[in-house]
Structures are given as C-alpha cells and as structure tokens.
Ligand binder design. Structure first.
Ligand code: ZN
Length: 112
C-alpha cells in the first residue's frame, strides 16, 4: 500500500495514513470547523435559556461534534468506514455526505 493508493484495505477500512484516510480526515475536520463555528454563533446570539429551537439546535450541534470526534478516533484506529451494525464497508457516497456515519443505510434504517 503506497501513500498515493486511495483504495480501501481488504476489510473495507481506511488504512491509517493512507490517501483515503487523509481525505476522510479532511472532510471530518471541515465538518468540525463548520459545526464549531455554528455553535459559537448560537452561544453568542441565541437565547439558550428561553428559545427551545435554539437549544435543540445547540444540542444537535454538540452531538454532531461528538460524532465527528468519534469518527476521527475510528480513523486513527483503522476501523473508519466500517458499519458498526453489520461490519460491512459503508459506501463511499454515504461517507461523502455523512463523514461521521457509523452505520450503513440498511442498519441505520433498522435502528429507527
Ligand atoms: Zn450495516
């Protein structure tokens, strides 16, 4: 596996330090940047004590940030992109839209 090899490992995971993992990390860090900025705006402008919508948004953002951090940890552990439900690789397209996804679409739907 060379540094320029963007293909995923045999288990479907992202080889730590590989190009695919780097791309995923960039997406996650971008996501964290965006969410952190939104959170800061809410904290300064939103009335989190009486505005329920602002509070709900605040909670969602905080949870998303936790998910982003968990995804970064999975990336470091070499298990990023593996569905936690069935152990199958999560399709690339889904990870592009939702870089911190823990489950494939099928397992996610089953959890509802
Ligand atoms: Zn699954």
């Amino acid at each position: 596996m060379t540094v320029n090899d963007a293909t995923r490992g045999t288990a479907g995971g992202y080889e730590p330090g590989g190009a695919a993992a780097r791309q995923a990390r960039e997406r996650l860090e971008q996501e964290r940047h965006t969410r952190t900025a939104e959170l800061a705006v809410l904290e300064h402008q939103g009335d989190l004590h009486s505005d329920e919508a602002a509070l709900a948004r605040f909670d969602t953002l905080r949870k998303t940030l936790e998910e982003v951090d968990a995804a970064l940890a999975r990336l470091d552990g070499g298990v990023y992109g593996i569905c936690e439900g069935c152990g199958e690789p999560i399709p690339e397209g889904r990870l592009e839209i939702l870089p911190y996804a823990r489950f494939c679409v099928r397992c996610q739907q089953r959890r509802r």
